[in-house]
Design a protein around this ligand. Structure first.
Ligand SMILES: [Zn+2]
Length: 376
């Protein structure tokens, strides 16, 4: 197995790409969907079950882990992989985004951000240097630059200042990361919905040089149409020979639209979070398992799905355990959702390799437009 981090592109179809990211902890097939393991667990899933859905990599959240149980404790216990029993690659975010969305009483300066924990009100300071240190203590395989991004809509001046600050922090992140063979550091493009600002940001990142590049600052309230408008140009501004990662996306049709526009990696809490609230994603659209129509339905969620929830249980059972608030409800529905998301990724990888992405995409949309099977 390789001891270096590298990316090889196997095929393209239109702007869609398929390839492999090589890391010392294993290969990541792209386009890749990363389940989110916020607090050193993908909620309701055993790590071996996450791997069984087809995930090659998962995402850990710096903000959550630094507060509890702390990066220093995880380091003492052998690093995040050992701590959570996941031996494949892990990507960690920088903590910046969640400081902005979750913490209280933030103070942003050129140096970094000071904030109060949403858990116990304790005071913390996060800078590019500290974020690099935490992600190193965690043992992350793919480290993200520390950045700052405003919620959209925001005025151009605010977006421009924020982007410029993030580019200065990108350089500081690069300097603090140092030379760590086998580990990767990704830069994050900012610039809101503005093509010229996105271009300036991409140029600044390319000058610093990273192992991969994220499109940041999307999926923050702008809506799918505006996001796709940005993705029509943003990936093209980034190097062709490095992985491109769209952060925090998304719904199945967001993912397909992003891959179509040249994105290689994505992450989202949606399949796991929805699994716990009874919302199920299927080839035929969204199913709400709490609806009374499922109470007597002996059929599986999706007769063609090979996940345990669909192979071994009826809609009636899944409806019952959800209504009874049994823990197995979140376990089975999360498993199905993650399995379905990975199915989409495999379908796209195969279609891109075969040069049939447009046909695959048409079938994907037609299946979803069909809607759920009729009630009995
Ligand atoms: Zn299933």
């Amino acid at each position: 197995m390789t001891q270096r981090f590298s990316f090889s592109l196997h095929a393209t179809d239109g702007k869609a790409r398929t390839g492999t990211i090589h890391t010392p902890r294993g290969e990541i097939r792209t386009p890749a969907f990363m389940p989110v393991g916020t607090a050193a667990t993908v909620k309701a899933m055993m790590p071996e079950s996450v791997a069984a859905t087809g995930a090659d990599i998962l995402l850990g959240n710096t903000y959550h882990l630094m507060l509890r149980p702390t990066a220093e404790r995880i380091d003492r216990l052998g690093g995040l992989h050992k701590f959570m029993n996941w031996d494949k690659p892990i990507l960690t975010d920088s903590g910046g985004f969640q400081v902005m969305s979750l913490s209280d009483l933030r103070k942003l300066t050129e140096e970094g951000v000071t904030f109060k924990s949403h858990i116990d009100g304790s005071r913390h300071h996060l800078t590019p240097e500290r974020s690099m240190e935490i992600q190193k203590l965690l043992g992350s395989d793919i480290v993200m630059c520390f950045d700052e991004c405003p919620a959209l809509p925001a005025d151009r001046k605010r977006i421009e200042e924020s982007m410029a600050l993030s580019m200065r922090w990108a350089q500081r992140s690069r300097d603090a990361f140092g030379d760590r063979p086998g580990h990767a550091l990704f830069g994050i493009q900012q610039g809101g919905l503005e093509e010229d600002l996105r271009g300036q940001s991409a140029e600044a990142l390319r000058a610093i040089e990273f192992d991969g590049y994220a499109v940041g600052g999307l999926a923050v309230g702008e809506g799918q149409e505006a996001m796709f408008d940005v993705l029509d140009f943003a990936p093209d501004q980034l190097p062709k020979d490095k992985p491109r990662y769209l952060m925090g996306v998304g719904k199945p049709d967001d993912i397909v639209g992003a891959v179509k526009r040249g994105i290689d990696m994505m992450d989202c809490v949606l399949p796991s979070r929805s699994g716990r609230t009874g919302q199920v994603f299927t080839r035929h659209g969204v199913v709400n398992i709490k609806n009374a129509r499922h109470a007597d339905d002996p059929r599986p969620l999706d007769e063609d799905c090979t996940c345990p929830a669909c192979r071994n249980y009826s809609r009636a059972y899944l409806h019952h355990v959800f209504r009874a608030q049994e823990m197995i409800s979140g376990m089975l529905l999360t498993w199905h959702n993650l399995h379905y998301f990975q199915d989409i990724m495999q379908g796209m990888r195969d279609a891109i390799a075969a040069g049939t992405f447009a046909d695959w995409e048409a079938a994907f949309h037609a299946g979803r437009a069909q809607g759920d099977i009729a009630p009995l």
